[in-house]
Design a protein around this ligand. Structure first.
Ligand code: ATP
Ligand code: MG
Length: 314
């Protein structure tokens, strides 16, 4: 287990230490909560959880990482086992889990963020603008907790832990909001620590392909394009822009599409880059479908959407 006490000392200023010595005050409640959450997250190999999945490289580190990220969901009777890796990306890996019988489904997908996300988080300023820090289970960490804010700003290790938690908490909250609104996304089940548990698209042989990996039938293209555009509109009505939408983040299964991968989603009410992020999403979708002969003016579609959104007409 990591020593989180060390992190505290790392970003404690001299003035704070003096004040503490004078007042002998107990740590603020929020700080205690945050520390407890972080320690809980790094617990590993509990509850007798022994996944049958074997890392292809017999990578002990990967197995420990999976066990530590998913044993809580095993204890909570959401999953019984980890079966296969779907894909290891730059920021996260997705695994197929055998669902617990009480869920009523056969499989559940687990998206586990890797620690190296720290590197790319340095470039997330544009997406984070105006966003508050979200802890586990969507609890917002108060902006007035200056020490937490400063830690995040300076990218101390404690701050990095908070940022990664914030990123994942934000993705999960977005998934819940959009699923409720009827957007075509995998059903979100739970979030904790580095993992998001959601509906698995695919079967026992293979996971659903992303749009860029398949050839659509000529008569499928237009209805699927309309469907993606309708999804963008419903998301916007919920004050959300995906902000990394492309054929790489749209799954295709049973003739239908599901949009995935929401950590960078933005709220146009507070993010000043919203119009250009929306335009880029629409542009990429139009570009992909144009190879199937779907004719659409991306700029016009994006500006129409934005105009209706601004007028409160969506
Ligand atoms: N619910 C799901 N069911 C089946 N497969 C999924 C699911 N969610 C994600 N995947 C697969 O895992 C891959 C990575 O997921 P996602 O796009 O959310 O993460 P990422 O961090 O963006 O990874 P990458 O950098 O590879 O895009 C997807 O491209 C898709 O193939
Ligand atoms: Mg992706």
């Amino acid at each position: 287990m990591m020593d989180y006490e060390g992190y505290e000392v790392e970003f404690e200023t001299r003035a704070e230490r003096r004040r503490k010595a004078r007042t002998q005050s107990r740590p603020k409640r929020k700080e205690v909560d945050v520390r407890t959450e972080l320690v809980e997250r790094s617990d590993s190999s509990e509850f007798g959880f022994q996944p049958s999945y074997k890392s292809s490289h017999h990578d002990h580190g990967e197995m420990q990482w999976i066990i530590s990220a998913l044993s809580g969901f095993y204890a909570d009777k959401l999953i019984d086992d980890v079966l296969r890796a779907v894909k290891g990306g730059k920021e996260a890996s997705v695994y197929v889990c055998a669902a617990h019988p009480s869920t009523g489904v056969e499989f559940i997908a687990a998206k586990i963020y890797r620690p190296r996300i720290f590197r790319s988080l340095k470039n997330d300023a544009m997406y984070r603008e105006g966003r508050s820090i979200i802890g586990e289970e969507g609890k917002t960490i108060k902006a007035r907790d200056k020490r937490v804010q400063r830690a995040v700003h300076h990218m101390t290790r404690f701050g990095q832990e908070l940022r990664i938690g914030s990123w994942i908490g934000h993705e999960y909250e977005t998934l819940r909001l959009l699923y409720e609104a009827g957007v075509d996304i995998p059903k979100p089940y739970a979030q904790g620590g580095n993992a998001i548990m959601m509906e698995y698209l695919g079967d026992d042989q293979s996971a659903a392909p992303t749009l860029n990996h398949l050839a659509l039938e000529p008569d499928e293209a237009q209805p699927l394009f309309d469907r993606v555009m309708r999804n963008i509109e419903i998301m916007l009505a919920q004050h959300r822009i995906h902000a990394d939408l492309s054929a790489y983040n749209i799954l295709y299964w049973d003739g239908e599409i599901k949009i995935i991968d929401f950590p960078q989603a933005v709220d146009p009410r507070i993010n000043p880059h919203a119009p250009s992020l929306l335009a880029r999403d629409v542009e990429r979708v139009c570009q992909y479908f144009s190879r199937y002969g779907v004719k659409a003016d991306a700029r016009l579609l994006a500006s129409d959407l934005w105009m209706h959104y601004m007028r409160g007409e969506l």
